[in-house]
Write a protein that binds this ligand. Structure first.
Ligand code: UDP
Ligand code: MG
Length: 169
């Protein structure tokens, strides 16, 4: 257990996924895709100042979703959650920037849209917990696990953003 934790930390620092290179995994869930919210969600992350480094529309397999949500496997809603996430395409994304993991969670709102403030994605576009439009990694460790689960390294682009010096001091 301790070894696993140490190796996750080691790989986070070795890969340089900290500071302005911090990355998080974001997915527009099947309800968000059906409700044509993809453009709006991408727009919010772009305008905030984060950098898009990976994006794909895909049908997630049940296996992938069970692994992705493995921490929740003993919860009563697990089966329904996997079934729902498998019910249509999702848009998987990786966004990069300083404190992107924590900031993205704020942009998403609370798990339950009813507890999410207006101005957040779930607060503006969701009503029920099981149809909350979007997923975002909850920590640096889960971000790294989720990015490597959903993306091959060659699907992530390292590129220089021309607006960098207008976003970071
Ligand atoms: N979920 C649900 N019922 C619950 C709790 C969670 O359907 O009582 C779903 C919801 O879609 C949530 C996902 O399971 O986004 C993962 O739950 P988690 O607690 O990790 O919330 P999140 O990190 O997405 O805010
Ligand atoms: Mg979660």
């Amino acid at each position: 257990m301790i070894c696993t934790i140490l190796s996750i930390f080691a790989s986070i620092f070795q890969s340089g996924w900290t500071g302005v290179n911090e990355r998080t995994f974001i997915a527009v869930k099947p309800d968000g895709v059906q409700r044509k919210l993809v453009g709006e969600i991408v727009r919010r992350f772009e305008r905030k100042g984060f950098k898009l480094v990976g994006l794909k529309l895909m049908q997630a397999s049940e296996d992938l979703l069970r692994t992705h949500y493995s921490d929740l496997r003993s919860r009563p809603f697990f089966g329904k959650l996997v079934h729902f996430m498998n019910s249509g395409p999702v848009v998987a994304m990786v966004w990069q920037g300083q404190d992107v993991v924590k900031t993205a969670r704020k942009m998403l709102g609370e798990t339950n849209p009813a507890d999410s403030l207006p101005g957040t994605i779930r607060g503006d576009y969701g009503v029920e917990m099981s149809r909350n439009v979007i997923h975002g990694s909850d920590s640096l460790e889960s971000a790294q696990k989720e990015i490597s689960l959903w993306f091959h390294p060659h699907e992530l682009q390292n590129w220089e953003s021309s607006s960098n010096s207008w976003i970071y001091n």
